[in-house]
Design a binder for this molecule. Structure first.
Ligand code: NAP
Length: 312
């Protein structure tokens, strides 16, 4: 079995950036991605906080990052990784189809949207319930749309949905958003938007398709029914670390703990982007992490190869 220098698991911004660097360092590098390269960029309509681009469509930035990494020789495989195991001086990465070996792994698998876990959520997924405004917003043209959450994603995506919906409700469990001020201001300036503060969604009802939500006031306990056709849920992400077969230190929410080289407790296993504990999750921080991880991986591999040569 071929021994790669680096296997990158996940080809979102962190994975593509790590791959751009490792390929450019002439390391034998492969990125394994279960979907299309680009990750969360593909679920984002427009980006205006990536330096050098006052505005760029998420899909365009994804394509540019992919082409850039490929230009330096990164190979991208379209397979689903199911296991990553450390075997002393190398790793075995298993996908649904094959097994691959490498000296290092950079885990850039991102996260999965958290579910509300309320009655009707599973039943109406794809029939009114969505976790991606860019993917599904257009289905709700001139209809009432409700967004749940109060972070950057909810506030940004609710603003994006104003281009489709006749009315946008934002249901948030507190009386304050946690999103960045600039995103809040832009959303609250939209006449179509009404925020329902201090409420949670307790149930989703309909007749084949969503037509109403059962809300509850978190202060008074009062129930309320809200007519809506689309429900977009943005209540955070959980990191995709389930493929790790060895114990890797993480925080209470499952985010991996790394040192300043982005290396986990397992030598040669690096983590970058949304899988890692950090203050904020931006494209800029993902590519920053990835740059550090790639440089650290290169140094790690050089040392390992030196030791192998000396040992011969
Ligand atoms: P987040 O920052 O974790 O926010 C999750 C939101 O959902 C919070 O407002 C939280 O309420 C609410 N929530 C959590 N569980 C809930 C439940 N069961 N029921 C109702 N509400 C619930 O997640 P995110 O917005 O997905 O963002 C994830 C990361 O990506 C963040 O670091 C964010 O900064 C980053 N991001 C950045 C941008 C950007 O810069 N443009 C865009 C998108 C995402 P509480 O506030 O009460 O806790």
């Amino acid at each position: 079995m071929e021994m790669y220098d680096v296997i990158i698991v996940g080809a979102g911004p962190a994975g593509l950036c790590a791959g751009m660097y490792t390929a450019r360092f002439n390391l034998n590098s492969v990125a394994i991605e279960k979907g299309l390269p680009g990750g969360e960029l593909l679920n984002t309509e427009g980006i205006e906080d990536y330096p050098g681009f006052e505005y760029i469509r998420g899909a365009e930035l994804a394509e540019r990052m992919e082409n850039h990494a490929k230009k330096f020789g990164l190979q991208i495989l379209n397979e689903t990784v199911v296991g990553i195991k450390h075997h002393g001086d190398h790793f075995v990465v298993r996908t649904e189809q094959h097994s691959y070996r490498s000296l290092t792994v950079i885990l850039t698998a991102g996260g999965t949207p958290i579910k509300l876990n309320v009655p009707g959520e599973l039943e109406y997924a794809g029939r009114g319930v969505s976790y991606c405004a860019v993917c599904d917003g257009a289905f709700f043209r001139d209809q009432v749309i409700t967004v749940v959450g109060g972070g950057d994603a909810a506030v940004e995506e609710a603003h994006f949905l104003t281009k489709y919906g006749s009315k946008i409700y934002v249901v948030h469990r507190r009386d304050k958003f946690r999103a960045q001020a600039i995103l809040q201001q832009r959303l609250l300036a939209e006449p179509k938007v009404e925020v329902i503060w201090d409420h949670v969604v307790e149930g989703i009802k309909g007749n084949g398709e969503v037509d109403r939500l059962m809300l509850r006031n978190t202060r008074t306990g009062e129930p309320r029914e809200l007519k809506t056709s689309g429900l977009f849920i943005f209540v955070g992400f959980t990191p995709n670390t389930g493929v790790l077969e060895d114990h890797v230190e993480h925080d209470a929410n499952g985010y991996l703990i790394t040192n300043e080289r982005m290396e986990t407790v397992i030598p040669g296993l690096f983590a970058a982007g949304d899988v890692r504990v950090q203050l904020t999750r931006q494209i800029t921080t993902a590519v920053g992490d990835a740059t550090t991880a790639a440089v650290a991986a290169e140094k790690y591999i050089a040392k390992l190869k030196d030791a192998m040569t000396v040992g011969k």
